[in-house]
Design a protein around this ligand. Structure first.
Ligand code: 9MR
Length: 389
């Protein structure tokens, strides 16, 4: 996959991000200057430029409350990344908050911005038990609609959303997180509806891929999940399941490995898993990478935390995990993109979900690049591993 306008991209990449006073590091307790300054240097090639050597797309999930209004945030998104994912604004809850009334505006803004910055878009996500509109389900497992109505609503949702963005989405996460960690299918409203209709509970997945393909035959259609990085009950179940889909002629193109890692667990046998899925004739991608760790409490704010790892050893483990994640993707020719789930530690889902953990991303809350950012640059600079296009 080649970036079509290399000159423009170089121009974007060589523009300085911001001039930030060194004092910002002291107040945030942030990271020391990387290289010789407090900014990403204007002579330093961006991640997207470096990744181009291997035809790899590097991406970030974008928070639309910041995109376009926070200049530094927006500059990082445009300068560093060649693919973007909407962190929330393409989810069913956001696009159809009231039944029958769509709100495409925030997602349209991202798609337009991506086009202007010569980025590709990963559409996230069409079918998920979470972040459903409240008129459909408040908990993902109960609904007031009949099974046939649930199937019809799913058909309409997938068709309308994929049609709305037709021609503008590179990869769609068609179905997200449909399996539990023990390898059993999640019994959400879709699974239950299909069972009640006398089908296999998981048949909604095949339907969603078929409907998405009908609406935009050129988009790459992905199944996306977490913990597929490790060989185990879940990745084995998904591995068997996607083979079933292929045997039934379901138009699935790829599998997304989210890549939400935590330094308290060992590094997964990721390359092995990427390789076995790719060997099925599928594309693969790292879709939601972050590496969380335990962080220091904020002395000024009891109960709150900084984004500074508790120990230098944890910081070193984080850096090594980022390096290994990227190396695994580069080692597998079918791995098309490597996307971080956010830009900076000040806007990450992690602290709200994992108490006392954080520091998962590549930029600190003052938008300074962290050491793991430089680690990724080093890997990209020293690796030439063309993708299978
Ligand atoms: O980052 C997203 C956060 O802003 C939302 O509140 C949350 C709702 O569950 O979803 C987060 O993104 C998730 C993604 O869509 C699917 N994989 C797990 C991600 C982190 O929870």
């Amino acid at each position: 996959m080649r970036i079509r306008h290399p000159l423009l991209v170089v121009a974007l990449a060589t523009a300085a991000l911001t001039a930030t006073p060194a004092a910002a590091f002291a107040t945030t307790g942030g990271h020391p200057p990387v290289g010789s300054g407090t900014t990403i240097h204007d002579t330093q090639p961006s991640l997207r430029i470096l990744a181009q050597r291997s035809g790899l797309r590097v991406g970030a999930a974008v928070n639309m409350d910041l995109y376009g209004s926070d200049a530094t945030y927006t500059a990082i998104v445009n300068q560093q990344f060649s693919t973007v994912s909407p962190e929330n604004v393409m989810k069913w809850q956001l696009v159809e908050p009231t039944q029958g009334t769509y709100d495409w505006a925030p997602a349209d803004r991202l798609v337009a911005g991506a086009r202007a910055a010569h980025q590709l878009v990963r559409g996230h996500t069409l079918v998920w038990h979470n972040q459903l509109p409240s008129w459909l389900s408040t908990d993902g497992v109960t609904t007031s609609f009949t099974p046939q109505q649930v199937r019809d609503l799913l058909h309409k949702h997938v068709t309308d959303e994929v049609t709305h963005f037709k021609g503008q989405i590179w990869q769609w996460d068609v179905v997200n997180e449909a399996f539990a960690d023990d390898g059993t299918p999640r019994q959400d409203i879709f699974y239950q509806a299909y069972q009640a209709l006398g089908m296999n509970g998981t048949d909604y997945i095949a339907d969603a891929f078929r409907w998405a393909h009908e609406a935009d035959p050129r988009a790459l259609l992905f199944y996306n999940d977490y913990n597929l990085e490790f060989t185990g009950a879940k990745s084995n179940a998904v591995y068997a399941f996607v083979q079933q889909l292929q045997a039934q002629g379901v138009p699935i193109d790829g599998v997304g490995f989210q890549g939400h890692l935590d330094t308290q667990y060992g590094f997964p046998d990721l390359q092995n898993n990427l390789t076995r899925f790719a060997a099925l004739g599928l594309k693969v991608a790292l879709t939601e990478v972050d590496v969380r760790t335990f962080v220091q409490p904020d002395p000024a704010n009891p109960g709150a935390y900084t984004d500074i790892p508790l120990t230098p050893a944890l910081q070193a483990t984080q850096q090594s995990y980022w390096t290994q994640l990227l190396q695994a993707c580069l080692a597998v020719r079918q791995c098309l993109s490597f996307t971080a789930w956010g830009v900076d530690d000040g806007h990450s889902w992690i602290p709200g979900v994992f108490h006392g953990e954080g520091a998962g991303l590549l930029f600190d809350p003052s938008y300074h690049p962290k050491p793991q950012y430089q680690e990724l640059r080093k890997v990209l600079l020293t690796t030439h591993a063309p993708r299978r296009s």
